[in-house]
Design a protein around this ligand. Structure first.
Ligand SMILES: *Cc1c(COP(=O)(O)O)cnc(C)c1O
Length: 389
């Protein structure tokens, strides 16, 4: 049976590249293919395009162009921020403060550093997924080098008190990194207002291409180079630049920021309508994440007595793309570390569904999801071994 509609509601996993962005990138694959490091006109064109993109990213987050360093994406930028500071400040410190609900691209570099003898504090969160700035302050010791707390969570959409944490970090003279991959285009990001020294972003989460991102490094921040090689990115990240990707990143962030007020108001209204309808019409459900301090595009609900994976399969059979946690963990049977950190039982965490609408979704898409979901949950509960009695 062919599904009636095809609805993509997994924008926290990735987004389609906006047509204007594809348009802007295309010439840099073909006629403007020069290597930015060469000296002839063709190379200059590519170099200028990279610098123009750097300027667009800087403007979008309130930074200076020389504070923007292009990377292969959010994962690389997070690795660089954490391992780069750890390497540069080795000897002066050995301690990192982060949270239990970070993306694996933060948690796993921290684990790797622990194996090398560094110490890491993984702060707990409240039932809504919020980190307490007071807890951050208490965790700081004489040897703390870095605080890394994400601006907004990819699974439950909870927005963190980033500016408060930044103030604590600076009062105590500790560097502060924020993974802002989910926040860009959905929530205002300003490096000065947030008092961050390092900030991660990734193009494919806001209408740009995959495999390109950036690390903001505040001027004067002590951080080791991540990739040793050529003199690209002022000697701090060697390797011939991904010119089309960088051009795409620049255009995508400019559009995402310009469109944010209009888009996020519409998407937040869709989010609220969907959450309310699901919670009202389906029994034994609860909202995951914060009721108000959450990303405009994030709906995350726990359904008792069902498996998230089964919901996804039946949604897929109806042409609906969604997620039951983060895309990176949905292939494993481990329940989401984020949901567990908010106090959910393994069973509740397993029965959670994340819907993340985007600019391309219409009210009809939301209606379709809302028309299909209650029947899916009912069917699964009828056959559920989890349901007693
Ligand atoms: C997607 C994501 C990343 C990883 O970014 P990639 O560009 O896919 O490597 C890191 N952090 C968060 C919060 C994300 O959502």
């Amino acid at each position: 049976m062919e599904p009636k509609r095809s609805v993509y509601m997994d924008h926290a996993a990735t987004t389609p590249v906006q047509p204007e962005v594809v348009e802007a990138m295309l010439p840099y694959f073909s006629e403007r293919f020069g290597n930015p490091s060469s000296i002839y006109a063709l190379a200059r064109e590519a170099r200028e395009a990279v610098e123009e993109a750097r300027g667009r990213v800087a403007v979008a987050i309130g930074a200076e162009p020389e504070e923007i360093f292009f990377t292969s994406g959010g994962t690389e930028a997070n690795n660089w921020a954490i391992k780069g500071v750890a390497a540069a400040l080795r000897g002066r410190g050995d301690h990192i403060v982060t949270s239990a609900i970070e993306h694996h691209a933060v948690l796993h570099p921290c684990r790797a550093l622990e194996k090398q003898g560094y110490r890491v504090t993984y702060l707990p969160v409240d039932a809504f997924g919020r980190v307490d700035a007071g807890d951050v302050e208490e965790a700081i010791t004489e040897t703390t080098m870095l605080i890394s707390v994400m601006a907004a969570n990819n699974e439950i959409g909870t927005v963190q008190p980033t500016a408060e944490i930044g103030r604590v970090a600076h009062d105590r003279g500790v560097l502060f990194h924020a993974d802002a991959v989910q926040a860009i285009g959905s929530y205002p990001v300003d490096v000065d207002a947030m008092e961050v020294d390092l900030l991660t972003l990734s193009a494919h989460k806001f209408g740009g291409p995959k495999g390109v991102g950036a690390l903001y490094i505040r001027r004067g921040t002590r951080i080791a180079a991540f990739m040793d090689g050529g003199a690209q990115e002022r000697g701090r990240r060697g390797g011939t630049e991904n010119v089309p990707g960088i051009v795409g990143l620049g255009h995508a962030i400019e559009i995402a920021i310009a469109e944010m007020p209009r888009r996020s108001a519409r998407i937040a209204a869709m989010r609220d309508r969907m959450s309310a309808a699901i919670l009202d019409t389906i029994p034994d459900t609860r909202l995951n994440g914060h009721p108000t301090e959450r990303l405009a595009n994030n709906v995350n609900v726990a359904f008792r007595y069902v498996e998230g994976e089964s919901i996804l399969l039946l949604l897929d059979a109806h042409g609906i793309a969604a997620s039951s946690g983060s895309a990176c963990t949905s292939a494993s049977l481990e329940p989401s570390h984020v949901l567990l950190a908010t106090g959910l039982s393994h069973e509740e965490a397993h029965g959670s569904l994340r819907l993340t609408p985007g600019p391309g979704n219409t009210e009809e898409d939301a209606d379709y999801v809302l028309s299909v979901l209650p029947g899916i949950i009912e069917r699964l509960r009828e056959i559920s071994p989890l349901r007693g009695g």
